[in-house]
Design a protein around this ligand. Structure first.
Ligand SMILES: [Zn+2]
Length: 426
């Protein structure tokens, strides 16, 4: 339970743009996590949260636009800190073969690289835009987007330019895999990534990332890429310990990476390193779902006090989903996270993984980015799997997807008992 900040009726009354009432459960993702309803939230005209707390303490006459949510839950907008949205091609046959255990000659990431290089900029931008819109409709209000399917200086720059049209959180991932033309010349390719490719791409990116994994880039090569990126002014992220144990997590912590992502195979030393550093461990269970692999051990991380984020890893090969509600459901069902832990990891955790202090929580001063659920509580994200529960999405206090509940807001969420007393226990 979160105690609200002491109500400041002056600020709430003068600067308000939108007031939401009738919230059945308000997840602030602050230290107290949840305000039980009825709760209310006031957004300032500048798009930030001005006040959040129990409705009975709502300052009088706050706000200009008032929306009664009629007993629906509100959570912060999701912060999806790991996606690969800019690509061409379709790898559904590869996925289907994997699911049925049939052998499939796959080029993996290289298949997508070929298709992406062959696509026009318009085709790439159009598809990435559609995926970003899809993410927004499912409640994602902040999105990170990586390059990584060009693997040549101009090709990577083109992907980053497209990503920059979607989000400021752009990540240069030239060190995704070694492209076919550098087969057997891995070190030469690393030199290109750290040299001409980085020079071309650094102005278009906020972050640099490397796939530190057996078969991709080893510890020394990953270190070279990250240090070059840091020297070019980029923040650090690492794809680490996805397919097996390796040096990626400890390297990320040592170099002060904002986040190490995947963390599916962690040793005790990896967890110790994370617990002693400030690097966020970002878990991507959509990848395990789509590849049939074992899920990461979230409980070990949480119990060790490691900051944890959840993200979609949206990509055409191993996790083709933009749905953060689905990721939350997986985290609760498969990884032993509580609903509150999963929602916080998918919101405040993602913000921490992007070192953003302006989004991810519904507390005064942060941007009023939020999702209204067609549900009385956030637990329904897992309780009603596969159902689109995001009714409305606001960014900066403005409706950007879905719609507010109509009328007086007395209509209960679909599936909710209209009268609790009459609800039979089935
Ligand atoms: Zn990834």
């Amino acid at each position: 339970m979160t105690g609200p900040d002491p109500p400041d009726s002056t600020a709430a009354a003068s600067g308000a743009g939108l007031v939401l009432t009738g919230i059945s459960e308000l997840t602030t993702a602050d230290s107290g996590l949840v305000v039980d309803g009825p709760a209310a939230l006031v957004c300032g005209a500048d798009g930030t949260v001005v006040w959040a707390g129990p409705q009975q303490a709502l300052p009088e006459q706050a706000g200009t636009e008032r929306v009664d949510l009629g007993g629906r839950a509100v959570i912060p907008g999701f912060v999806d800190s790991h996606t690969h949205l800019v690509f061409a091609g379709d790898r559904s046959a590869e996925w289907e073969a994997r699911m049925t255990g049939r052998p499939y000659q796959t080029g993996g990431v290289r298949t997508t690289v070929d298709a992406t290089r062959a696509a026009t900029t318009e085709q790439l931008a159009s598809r990435a835009g559609r995926l970003a819109a899809e993410a927004l409709r499912s409640g994602t209000t902040t999105l990170e987007v990586k390059s990584g399917y060009g693997l040549q200086p101009e090709a990577e720059a083109r992907l980053l330019s497209i990503a920059g049209g979607i989000t400021p959180e752009t990540t240069f991932l030239g060190a995704h895999v070694v492209p076919a033309e550098y087969e057997g010349r891995r070190d030469e390719y690393v030199d290109v990534v750290c040299g001409p490719m980085l020079r071309r791409c650094a102005p278009l990116a906020r972050w640099i990332d490397v796939f530190c994994e057996q078969g991709a880039f080893d510890g020394d090569q990953s270190r070279a890429v990250l240090l070059a990126g840091r020297a070019a002014g980029l923040g650090l992220r690492v794809h680490a310990n996805q397919l097996g144990p390796g040096p990626g997590v400890r390297l990320g912590v040592e170099l002060g990476a904002a986040s190490v992502d995947h963390c599916s195979h962690l040793s005790a030393a990896d967890i110790d390193a994370l617990a002693g550093g400030r690097t966020v461990a970002t878990l991507l269970p959509g990848a395990e779902f789509s590849t049939g692999s074992a899920y990461p051990g979230a409980r070990r991380l949480l119990d060790a006090g490691v900051p944890v984020a959840l993200a979609s890893d949206c990509n055409p090969g191993t996790s083709f989903t933009t749905s953060m509600p689905f990721v939350v459901a997986l985290a609760v069902r498969e990884m032993g996270m509580t609903v509150a832990e999963a929602v916080v990891a998918a919101t405040a955790g993602g913000a921490a993984a992007l070192q953003r202090s302006d989004v991810g929580r519904l507390v005064p001063g942060r941007r009023a980015d939020l999702a209204v659920l067609e549900a009385p509580s956030a637990s329904w994200l897992g309780y009603r799997p596969g159902v689109d529960l995001v009714r409305a999405v606001a960014r900066g206090g403005r409706l950007v997807a879905g719609s507010w509940p109509a009328g007086t807001g007395r209509e209960p969420p679909a599936g909710a008992p209209a009268d609790r007393g009459a609800a039979a226990d089935r």
